[in-house]
Design a protein around this ligand. Sequence first.
Ligand code: 13P
Ligand code: G3H
Ligand code: NA
Ligand code: ZN
Length: 303
Amino acid sequence: MTFYGGDELAKVYDDALAEGFGLVASNVAEPNVLVGLMEGAARVDSDLLLQLSSGACSFAGNGDPVAGLQAMGTYAELVADQYDVGVFLNMDHQTDLEFVRTQVGLDRRFPSSIMIDASHEPFEENVATTREVVEMVAEAETDILVEAELGRIKGVEDEIVADEAFYTDPEEAVEFVDRTGCDLLAISVGTQHGVAKGKDLELRPDIARDVHEALEDHGLSIPLVLHGSSGILPEQLQELLQYGICKVNKDTHYQYEYTRTAFDYFREHEADLLPPEGVADDRDDFFNESAWAPNKDHFDPRV
Ligand code: 13P
Ligand code: G3H
Ligand code: NA
Ligand code: ZN
């Protein structure tokens, strides 16, 4: 059995925090990417942290997020047994407390952790919502870890301007962790979600350092989380890992790699894949890469 819950995941984060490494959290929405990730993790003998957003659950469940979570969780659980690596499942960017309640109440080995994202709310509301999930998990007597977010990461929360206000404030982080009792904290240090990052990201590792040190000074040290990590260079990541970042969220990277692999396969086998007589030939649209990689000139999601 290699599919683990929150207690084991907490041990991994303890080591990550003490030793300065990070666990990549990889978004999946369907089995192809999931199996590819397990294959990759087994090859390099690494633990694997999968994550599902609400949208991914809805996609996998054909509109029913609970069905999608059960389906993907069960799939991951059964396939994980073929590999000699530890597999964990995090619920990414949750905003619906009723769906969260269902996740907490599942009598399954998953999820290992849940991210409640009320970062778009004012500070007090963010504290209250996060606190509610921490209490929900405690009352259910599960070992599920709770991740929260303070500060705003651009992309999903699109209309936010990239000024100083959008980064996480270290003193607020101390108050937030103290009052909510969350197990992990996602902070904003200038990354953005998705492919539209551009090359003008202003990364602020100093903010990760200040948040990490402020938490440490108050005896509240917990693993920090970097969202929007596709396209972040290894040397940029290396620096952030020194400052308490223990979880590195990647989504776009995998979807890009999967789409590119399919694209290359179809291009290579184009002659064998000619549509039968009388069926419309829409290959011109399909082979137009700009249709599915619109920002390729500004950002390299393969990193
Ligand atoms: P990217 O899609 O930019 O890698 O962000 C992933 C993420 O933060 C998932 O929570
Ligand atoms: O499971 C069967 C597939 O969905 C069929 O796909 O219509 O491209 O052959 P196809
Ligand atoms: Na957010
Ligand atoms: Zn994210």
